[in-house]
Design a binder for this molecule. Sequence first.
Ligand SMILES: NC(=O)c1ccc[n+]([C@@H]2O[C@H](COP(=O)([O-])OP(=O)(O)OC[C@H]3O[C@@H](n4cnc5c(N)ncnc54)[C@H](O)[C@@H]3O)[C@@H](O)[C@H]2O)c1
Ligand SMILES: [Zn+2]
Length: 400
Amino acid sequence: MVEGRCYHAGFCASIVAGSGGGCAISLNLVKKIKVKLKSTAYDVLIGSESLRIAGREIVRALGGVPSLCLVVTTARVHKHWGSVLEQSLRAAGFRFVVIEIKDGESHKNFAGVESLMRNFAKHGADRGSVVVALGGGVVGDVAGFAASIYMRGIPVVQIPTTLLAQVDASVGGKTGVNLAAGKNLVGTFHQPRLVLIDPQVLSTLPDREYRAGLFEVIKCGIIRDTKIFGFMEDHHEQVLNRDPKALIRMITSAVKVKADIVAKDEREGGLRRILNFGHTVGHALEADSVYKRFLHGEAVGWGMVAAAEIGVLTGVTPQKTAQQISALIQIYGPLPQVKSTAQDIVRLIQSDKKTRNGVPHFVLVTKIGRTLIANGVPNVAVKKAVERLRHLSSERLAVR
Ligand SMILES: NC(=O)c1ccc[n+]([C@@H]2O[C@H](COP(=O)([O-])OP(=O)(O)OC[C@H]3O[C@@H](n4cnc5c(N)ncnc54)[C@H](O)[C@@H]3O)[C@@H](O)[C@H]2O)c1
Ligand SMILES: [Zn+2]
């Protein structure tokens, strides 16, 4: 299930001390966002080619060179970006191993975590070691979870390589795995010591994965940041072409939104719930199609259209705002067709882990940038919203 390969840093260590990692990246090209929590604080670094300075930034974040660096990744990501990271680790004097885990949501489970930790032990990882998660949200969640429980917790550094992981999963400290009974049912909060985001790694990401991440950026606009919402409306060509400046703009805005919300509510007691905008119906769509039809971001895209519609039906969201949301999501479509029935979606929402005492929470929009949490949304409004998705689906928004 998991392979480990061992690499030992050689002569480059001495170059590092005098040259800042032997690499031309200037720190002023790297944006820094601080996540300030009650328990801890860490930096999110965002910069094109910043992967090349990962080694020295990890040393800075940890306050020294770790005894062993456990790079957790997938074969696909390793093939594209492994050598860049490895070079920077060598240059910073690290001893490291690369452990490839199997790709895909179906491997985000206890067996995968156990196998990974066996590898940690096999390579002699101790309390002075660090886990570096190089990959999408699956790698981040699995590696973060393993780091949180191995020897009762060792540091983790997140280096997200999908847009979804860069704008969402890597920040905030949630880790975990799936059970047969449901997604993300087991997990921990384990804040990373550093998040390093290099938008350049997105150049190898498949188009559908890239577009799925855009819906989480749009979500940040709707709940908190009118400017990024406007940017997504006005710059779709640059966004879809992965223009480097547009990438930095989107990632920075989304990370700021998340960092700000997480700082105020580390463990999802209140404010953090607004990050679930579009997720109530989105999760139900994913579950109803057994996680096969939609990528997570795509389901959230449809879920946001539904939440806007529910807002209109309950008198919370102005019609014009709902149309604006639906139009923006349409720009970044097409999305897979919604085939679920309204009844099935309502049933799944009732059984969602975030539904307490049978009362689902809906995040609704009062205007772009402002939301409220509604507890008493009638089922009839949800059903109508799903009918609307099915209708839109049969028209322009759907791919198949
Ligand atoms: N912890 C959190 O707060 C949080 C938040 C949101 C989502 N998640 C979790 O994240 C997971 C989804 O993450 P995801 O959307 O990143 O999917 P993913 O991790 O499955 O990655 C998608 C695919 O892209 C490939 N890939 C990754 N980076 C690449 C690159 N640069 N070039 C080419 N291919 C690349 C991967 O190998 C994989 O095949 C879910 O399990 C979800 O529950 C966690
Ligand atoms: Zn999400």
